[in-house]
Design a protein around this ligand. Structure first.
Ligand code: FE
Length: 167
């Protein structure tokens, strides 16, 4: 009986592990579950520093309509930081034309660890991406991106702020 129990436990553990594996194979992502964020604010504090659209997307996991965000066709060289906490998230180096209607990157900025979480909303199974410092909702990551990662980080413009590279 004891043996059966440990076998079942092992199988459950293996299944859970394979299910939760990161989309990325380079280790730049980490699971969001049970995260304690470095930046914690009350809902009122977030509402004070974010626009209503930024609040809806970053703090309530909303999505902007495709082809409407300010960074969808943005091509300047620079860095994209979290609109909630200014953490560097992506750079123009890995931004690409995905045609999906949202700013798309094939990798996070160097030294940045984007958090991932399983999102089963709207009858789909997707991988949500979140800011590692404040837990703000950024968008989703998909496996249909270009080389070298094969990933597409599909990000709401409202979750981002652009900082132009100095000449
Ligand atoms: Fe943030």
């Amino acid at each position: 009986m004891q043996k059966l129990f440990s076998t079942v436990l092992l199988m459950v553990t293996l299944f859970t592990h394979s299910f939760c594996q990161n989309t990325s194979n380079k280790g730049e992502t980490k699971k969001a579950a049970n995260m304690k964020y470095e930046i914690v604010k009350s809902e009122d504090e977030w509402k004070n520093i974010l626009s209503p659209e930024q609040y809806r997307i970053l703090r309530q996991k909303g999505t902007e309509r495709p082809f409407t965000g300010i960074y969808n066709n943005h091509k300047e060289e620079g860095t994209y930081v979290c609109a909630g906490c200014q953490t560097e998230l992506f750079t123009s180096d890995t931004k690409f034309e995905s045609g999906c209607g949202w700013p798309s990157f094939y990798a996070p900025a160097q030294k940045t660890t984007i958090l991932e979480d399983l999102d089963k909303s709207f009858g789909m199974v997707r991988t949500e991406i979140l800011c590692p410092k404040c837990g703000g909702h950024l968008g989703h990551v998909f496996n249909d991106g270009p080389k070298p990662t094969g990933l597409r980080y599909c990000v709401n413009s409202a979750s981002l702020e652009f900082i132009k590279k100095e000449e």
